[in-house]
Design a protein around this ligand. Structure first.
Ligand code: HEC
Ligand code: HEC
Length: 304
């Protein structure tokens, strides 16, 4: 069977019940115990065949790195997939696609069901990209992105967790985190690129540095809103080009500072109530500030 037919065969499964999919689950991966850089090497673009399969891989790649421009219907903020999955979804310890693809479908305790790869992609559209109704499981967008991930995972073992998957866990420091110190780290090491107010930087209509909070960033339902997840991402990947340079404490402090700012509302908002949403979706979702008071201000009110 050709890889294209195989990939499309896998895709045909979720499309049957696309309308009934509930994408409530943004639960984090089991924390990886190691930050070892993987021996796994995804294929190079030069290895792509010049046929229909190669064309679809290229379409998926383009969507992944230029999501806002190519799929505006499904993107409600200023981000592209590759802003959080660095190096075009290839970088170890930056939730690379080659480590993700072979792990689905996967049972996830939190929503008590088996999640397909298409559903995982839909979740990132809905929350990380603040995109409203995500592309259907049998849409051309999900097909292209899935085929791109399938190709990056060529020759990877199925169902085996490869080193470098996800954003390896950075344990919370014994003293917790400190927002004031986080603000200082931010101004010294992040603001030069992401802006003094987390607003990112634009050239014309296009972001060249992604926003970290405010209306054009990830929403309150996204995995990155968890301080522990953001600390792990930041520790391994930021400041850009200097991953690993922050102490665990600095990574936690600055992650907490970033995630103490307003961003678009959690699309799962229950009865218009931040408190009900906190209880249902945030009370047991890692470390986060949604629905809490910080210096007398309720966090999680959302921003348009
Ligand atoms: C704001 C940052 C952000 C953006 C933008 C983003 N993601 Fe993610 N993505 C995450 C986080 C956080 C996780 C969960 C990782 C964890 O729990 O350790 C994740 C998980 C995933 C996974 C599962 C990884 C695994 O190993 O199981 C896939 C696949 C994925 N994202 C694809 C995408 C696609 C496709 C897009 C664009 C449509 C996208 N992401 C946009 C942050 C982001
Ligand atoms: C040299 C410029 C630069 C510096 C300094 C920098 N970043 Fe980034 N950051 C980027 C770029 C560019 C991306 C997107 C990467 C890509 O698309 O390949 C990014 C992505 C991110 C993201 C995920 C995308 C989003 O918008 O949420 C977070 C979170 C983040 N950076 C936090 C930080 C923090 C915290 C610091 C300081 C410790 C920092 N960055 C320092 C350039 C920088």
């Amino acid at each position: 069977m050709s890889p294209l037919i195989l990939a499309l065969g896998l895709l045909a499964v979720p499309s049957a019940n696309a309308a009934t999919i509930a994408m409530e689950d943004q639960s984090q991966l089991q924390p990886a115990s190691h930050a070892a850089v993987s021996q796994f090497r995804p294929p190079q673009e030069s290895e792509l065949p010049d046929n229909a399969y190669g064309k679809l891989v290229r379409e998926g790649y383009a969507l992944f790195v230029d999501t806002q421009r190519l799929a505006p219907k499904y993107v409600g903020n200023g981000l592209n997939c590759s802003n959080c999955h660095l190096d075009q979804g290839r970088l170890a310890n930056s939730a690379p696609l080659w480590a993700a693809y072979p792990m689905y479908p996967a049972y996830r305790k939190k929503n008590d069901k088996v999640n397909t790869f298409a559903e995982r992609l839909q979740g990132c559209f809905q929350f990380s990209m603040n995109g409203g109704t995500p592309p259907a499981a049998d849409s051309s967008e999900i097909a292209a992105l899935s085929v791109y991930a399938y190709w990056l995972a060529s020759k990877a073992p199925l169902g085996v967790e490869l080193p470098g998957r996800g954003y390896p866990d950075v344990a919370q420091p014994a003293k917790g985190y400190n927002l004031a110190q986080g603000a200082q780290v931010y101004q010294e090491q992040c603001a030069v690129c992401h802006g003094g107010e987390g607003q990112g930087q634009k050239v014309g209509e296009h972001y060249v540095m992604p926003p970290l909070w405010g209306k054009d960033s990830y929403n309150w339902g996204a995995g990155m809103h968890r301080i522990n997840t953001a600390a792990s991402f930041i520790k391994h990947n930021m400041p850009l080009g200097k991953g690993g340079s922050l102490s665990d404490q600095q990574a936690w402090d600055v992650a907490a500072y970033v995630n103490s700012h307003e961003r678009p509302q959690d699309p799962r908002l229950v009865d218009g109530s931040v408190e009900k949403t906190r209880v249902k979706f945030h009370a047991n979702d890692g470390v986060n500030l949604y629905g809490q008071n910080v210096e007398g201000v309720l966090i999680g009110q959302g921003i348009r």
